[in-house]
Design a protein around this ligand. Structure first.
Ligand SMILES: O=c1ccn([C@H]2C[C@H](O)[C@@H](CO)O2)c(=O)[nH]1
Ligand SMILES: [Zn+2]
Length: 151
């Protein structure tokens, strides 16, 4: 698998490093989740894996489409809602998103908006193809100006 170190857009030292075996585990969990995606309409399968702190756990999600297209749920939101349903309060250390696209797909703005409800802007989001991580950006880089009804 590709490691962050050999990917140009990733600058080593920008993020707390994750031991390679944990990074690989997160990637494989996201890949596994992706295989369960229900995508009869787009055929575009997405897997997401959240690495949680306290307790340390990995929660995954896949996209689930619907004949009423707007009822589709993305993999990232599915994973996040699953984590909240399980634990209530969560602390997300990082997020892995896997698709078969290279260059890698970026989470949609709806997902980013939902992620920012529960995660700080410093949260690393790994964007992976089937070969491994291709890019890592923070939530704040991907969504610098989230909607807030209080701003
Ligand atoms: O952030 C995103 C964007 C899209 N999709 C899914 C929804 C749909 O099933 C397919 C095509 O848009 O990709 C995700 O899972 N995550
Ligand atoms: Zn989305």
């Amino acid at each position: 698998m590709k490691t962050e170190e050999n990917i140009a857009p990733f600058h080593p030292g920008r993020y707390n490093t994750l031991p390679m075996d944990e990074q690989e585990q997160l990637f494989h969990k996201a890949l596994e989740a992706r295989q369960k995606a229900y995508t009869p309409y787009s055929g575009f399968k997405v897997g997401a894996a959240l690495l949680l702190d306290n307790p340390r756990d990995i929660i995954t999600g896949c996209n689930v489409e619907n004949a009423s297209y707007g009822a589709t749920v993305c993999a990232e939101r599915n994973a996040l809602f699953t984590a909240i349903a399980r634990y209530g309060t969560i602390s997300v250390a990082r997020i892995m998103v896997v698709t078969d696209a290279s260059p890698p797909a970026v989470p949609c703005a709806l997902c980013l908006q939902v992620i920012q409800e529960f995660c700080p802007p410093s949260t690393p989001i790994h964007l992976a193809s089937l070969q491994g991580i291709e890019r890592t950006l923070t939530l704040g880089e991907l969504l610098p100006h989230p909607f807030s009804s209080f701003s």
